[in-house]
Design a binder for this molecule. Sequence first.
Ligand SMILES: Nc1ncnc2c1ncn2[C@@H]1O[C@H](COP(=O)(O)OP(=O)(O)OP(=O)(O)O)[C@@H](O)[C@H]1O
Ligand code: NI
Length: 303
Amino acid sequence: MTGLLLDDVSIRIPLPGTPRRWVHAADGVNLRVAPGEVTAIVGESGCGKSVLAQAIAGLLPAGTRTSGSIRLGSLDLLALSDATFQPLRGKRVGLIPQSAATHLTPVRTVGSTMAETLRLHGVRTGVDEVLADVGLPPGTAHRYPHELSGGMAQRVLVALTLALHPDVLVADEPTSALDPETTDLVLARLAEEARNGSAVVLITHDLVAARTVADTVGVMYAGRLLEVGPAATVLHEPRHDYAATLLAALPENGLRPAPGTPSSLVDPEPGVCAWHTRVGLACAPGPVATAADLVACVPAGRS
Ligand SMILES: Nc1ncnc2c1ncn2[C@@H]1O[C@H](COP(=O)(O)OP(=O)(O)OP(=O)(O)O)[C@@H](O)[C@H]1O
Ligand code: NI
């Protein structure tokens, strides 16, 4: 199967109003998502994880400006029109969206929506079997989306996406509404999908989930990947002080919350390091973001 190569990806989303203001949701992101691996992207709320997921799935908001490339084989996903992207969805690129419940057709039963999607993609597995894969009982198929809990809707979307076995599977907070036992089940299914050859991107702010299944971890802050490396390194001995701050907030490390508040991504001041500005520290001298394996801070506004 084919992996994914993000090369210098920058994403600017326009805000309504004049003068025009832009959300710098991704800035110079370099990342290789290897087939056969789970790559987790971690970071606080609002750092750009979901926008990156939308970029991979070809679902960025209208008017968004992008630069760089997202290679899947010979394709550049960032450059495709909606019409060209459409046939790739499901089998080549699958997205488990963050707000699962809103992605099910409200006027149809879950089973009817699922059966149509499976048929469309030539998958012969039955609806009940797909549901059972994530521990949902057969009766789920007869329900309408409004009759499902948030966690059940999330599991339906996970099951349906997994059933298509996409080359690239992006899971955006796929366990946010699940209890610990179901979380473990879904994470195990994602890991299994990777072992079968998919390139899996797990977007989460749950470092424990990342530690459980990820092979590679990227730490994102203010639209930038500050550190990328093997999960065992990044989640135990991080080199970037932002990653260390995230780890310090884990219960086992004393629940020390990250200081300050996350930086705004709206028209950040060029040449200013968002993280060190937040914590009121001078930037450490060192290399600036050029490689995927980055250890130093990144001047904000670099594009
Ligand atoms: N459609 C949009 N229009 C304008 N700004 C947007 C849009 N979607 C996202 N943003 C902004 O882009 C930035 C990144 O948002 P994103 O949803 O990617 O964060 P996230 O890391 O996924 O957060 P969370 O963990 O809460 O899901 C935020 O500042 C957000 O307000
Ligand atoms: Ni800095």
